[in-house]
Write a protein that binds this ligand. Sequence first.
Ligand code: UDP
Length: 494
Amino acid sequence: MGTSDEATSKLHIFFFPYMAHGHMIPTLDMAKLFATKGAKSTILTTPLNSKLFEKPIKSFNQENPELEDIKIQILNFPCTELGLPEGCENTDFIFSNHDLTKGNLNMKFLLAMEYFKDQLEELLETVKPDCFVANMFFPWATKVAEKFNVPRLVFHGTGYFSLCASHCLRLHKPYKNVASSSEPFVIPELPGDVVITEEQVIEKEEESVMGKFMKEIRDSERDSFGVLMNSFYDLEPAYADFFKSHVAKRAWDIGPLSLGNREFKEKAERGKKASIDEHECLKWLDSKRCESVIYLSFGTMSSFDDEQLIEIAAGLELSGHDFVWVVNRSSSQGEKVEWLPEGFEERTKGQGLIICGWAPQVLILDHQAIGGFLTHCGWNSLLEGAASGLPMVTWPIGAEQFYNEKLVTQVLKTGVSVGVEKMVKGSGDFISREKVEIAVREVMVGEERRKRAKQLAVMAKDAVREGGSSDVEVKRLMDELKLVRLQKEQETRT
Ligand code: UDP
């Protein structure tokens, strides 16, 4: 086959991420993965978000001259015309502006996504990609793709367990039969006898705007070509099987996507520009004993009030463990962090590193000095922690994070809960310093838990290796997409 034939025979995949770091980061990883396997990857996004992709894509293209360049296709998104503040092109804008009414703006932002429809139709018609991977938050994408005979894949950004738990809760509504909202019950039908309380369930408000939107998402998933999962089979086999037999007709587990980033630069360039010099950060960790440091991060959308931050600080101090703590607040370098307890910085000098803003998370998690991860249970973080073999302290705040917590504490048994009982709009349930101290101590010393966590890391790496379960799934999907293209070509010829 000649070179030009090879070029035309490459699959061309469109990736359209929801504009939030928790979705854009794994989507870029996905685009890189498919490019590595020989596809042409194009990421569709808005002008401001394209800036976040440019640097890592440039590095990837430079370092892989034998592969097809990953491209960015910019979409127009006129914020003010859509009733959004100027510059509101991603959820970062919403969650870092504390004076805005986050809940309403977040919903408005979500619904504004429909604006992309016309641009997408035009692109699918003219470029004719072989596949359209569109985020779950674009339910209209299935119909748009269908119009141009392009297979649409859904990317949720979460794992099998939470999708299965959500399915069973919606179907059986077990929370209607409990005496109180804090009474634990077993999720019916879901493998593993997983226990939860009504206060932690998000499926209750089916008649709300969000509830109706979630139904649209499920319908569009049902009519799509299938679902792409950032997970690996051995992490949650019972739930991968349950999902494929009870929830969606087809799914491919191709993760952990973060493991595609192997070099220092790739890890350092993931997401936003770090608020700390990466080398300084690693140097600090180099000075620590193996598995002696706990890393704390609450993802990109959670923020705590001063009172809660003080409790976390005090809990860390009481635990006596070294720590790296990412605080979702900006602070100019050298400036005193005013919300910390009196004298905290002096007393914990050398014991802790506080990063205000963005941390190079996967670089840190992979460092041998890290021995535990206190996480809000966002799926990316959870998977990154698992891929680094870390036992976890779970501190869910909202969305499906309570379900993810149950996977860690009840199924995988690689984590302990800090004790969050319920979702509270805004910043979550208040947790005392004693609870922080106990959970941190427990997770840093539990040997059996650590052993299990390390086994998961081995399995995660095996999954993405040549011939591993995720590697096989990617190839299986690509073969299937090639077949679809062949069929389409035959149809147009006859
Ligand atoms: N992340 C990071 N540095 C930070 C905060 C977050 O690199 O300071 C990355 C993290 O590694 C993960 C993503 O941002 O890949 C957050 O996704 P997750 O699903 O964990 O949480 P979300 O922010 O969506 O709630």
